[in-house]
Design a protein around this ligand. Sequence first.
Ligand SMILES: [Zn+2]
Length: 98
Amino acid sequence: MDFIRRGQKDRIEFFESLAKGMLPSQIKRIQQNDKGVLKEIVLPEWLKWDTLFEWSNTLRVTERGVPCILCGNETKNWIEFKEKYICEDCFLKIKNTE
Ligand SMILES: [Zn+2]
């Protein structure tokens, strides 16, 4: 039982870091079932597309309507990050400074 639980925890952590490592536009393509994105991202072998697809639909990526909290610009690609909306440019900046 413990082993199973630990395995699930590892997967949750994996998905959390996966979300941080992906661009909002890439997540959106997964949500749209666009497998072309697999050429741009590296995934472990155990991760099946269906699982990735299900996971992506638990994330919220919106197209417009909320200004970026960091730069105020409106771009096509948004992601909810720590309960705030940020644009892809700022997302990349945060990612690069981590
Ligand atoms: Zn921004």
